[in-house]
Design a protein around this ligand. Structure first.
Ligand code: ADE
Ligand code: ZN
Length: 319
């Protein structure tokens, strides 16, 4: 699916393909708990978000040097470009790396090297969004924001990810306020496994501009009406929702109903190495399983550019 599109929900660590994981493991003298790529791929059967996160954080052990992060990002950008992605807003999880002794600077400078060359090499413009792990403390998130300060020229915004249930957005009110004061854009995962109330809280308490996933908003008609009225973008990830069992089968995904309700939906890949497809594969999958027409696919692609952080931010828009 080569329709030009922006990808707005993509965890760079979730683009670590088994082949690259083994290559980096060998280079860094790390022994993986799997015999080969085939055995590793067989482990990609998830019951829920947590069972995925356990594997996802574990495999990150192979990422150690700037070169590792550079290669990871460059490989993603090449694949994304081949599927029609023209702009990518890329999440990374600094705490998942600093907790293992990899400095913040190593991660951001390594990713930055690939991103600096992306337009020229792949024709893909980029933004970087650092995510706080919501199952870690608010203090740890604040320390992460502090560590980011020397690198803010590389970072467009903040996000919130990891295990959702039991970790409501309000826990991170202070760090989002501080991020906003630094001029950073704000997004958060909400309503993936967590309730519609977390979507409201992300809007009201954190002041986010986009909701990542937001799937469970459909359980709350008043919230849907508000999201439509305020044109809040939702970065949906259909193949992820199937693999993490947020929906039983793709044919039952609420995307067509959400679009019909007037929600500003976008389609993204989340963690493509784990969930069976990149951005174009997600477009193709919803076209086939949900019978979306060309005009609906074009609407999704248009929405992705409307929802992207390609402008100067809320302050500029207010001028
Ligand atoms: N981290 C990586 N992928 C994620 C997802 N789908 N939800 C929450 N945290 C994540
Ligand atoms: Zn995600």
């Amino acid at each position: 699916m080569h329709l030009p599109k922006a990808e707005l929900h993509l965890h760079i660590e979730g683009t670590l393909e088994p082949e690259l994981a083994f290559e980096l493991a060998a280079r860094n003298g790390i022994t993986l708990a799997y015999a080969d790529t085939e055995q590793l791929r067989k482990a990609y059967l998830f019951d829920d978000l947590q069972s995925f996160l356990d594997l996802y954080y574990g495999l990150m052990a192979v990422l150690r040097t700037e070169e590792d992060f550079e290669e990871l990002a460059d490989a993603y950008l090449a694949r994304a470009a081949a599927q029609g992605v023209r702009h990518a807003e890329i999440f990374f999880d600094p705490q998942a790396h600093t907790a293992r002794g990899v400095p913040f600077a190593t991660v951001v400078e390594g990713l930055g090297r690939a991103l600096d060359r992306s337009e020229e090499r792949h024709g893909v413009s980029t933004r970087l969004i650092m995510c706080f792990l919501r199952d870690q403390s608010a203090e740890s998130a604040m320390a992460t924001l502090e560590a980011a300060k020397p690198h803010l020229h590389r970072i467009t915004g903040v996000g919130l990810d990891s295990a959702e249930v039991g970790h409501p957005p309000a826990k991170f009110a202070a760090v989002y306020e501080a991020a906003g004061a630094l001029g950073l854009r704000k997004v958060a995962h909400a309503g993936e496994e967590g309730p519609a109330a977390y979507v409201r809280e992300a809007l009201d308490v954190l002041g986010v501009e986009r909701i990542d996933h937001g799937l469970r908003c459909v359980e709350d008609p008043d919230l849907v009406e508000r999201l439509v009225r305020e044109r809040v973008p939702l970065t949906l990830c259909p193949l992820s929702n199937v693999r993490l069992r947020a929906v039983d089968v793709l044919a039952e995904h609420p995307l067509p109903r959400m679009m019909a309700a007037g929600l500003l939906c976008t389609v993204n890949s989340d963690d493509p190495a784990y969930f069976g497809g990149y951005a174009g594969d997600n477009f193709l999958a919803v076209q086939e399983a949900l019978g979306l027409h060309q005009e609906q696919l074009r609407e999704l692609a248009r929405n992705s550019f409307e929802a992207a952080f390609l402008d100067g931010g809320p302050e500029e828009e207010a001028l």
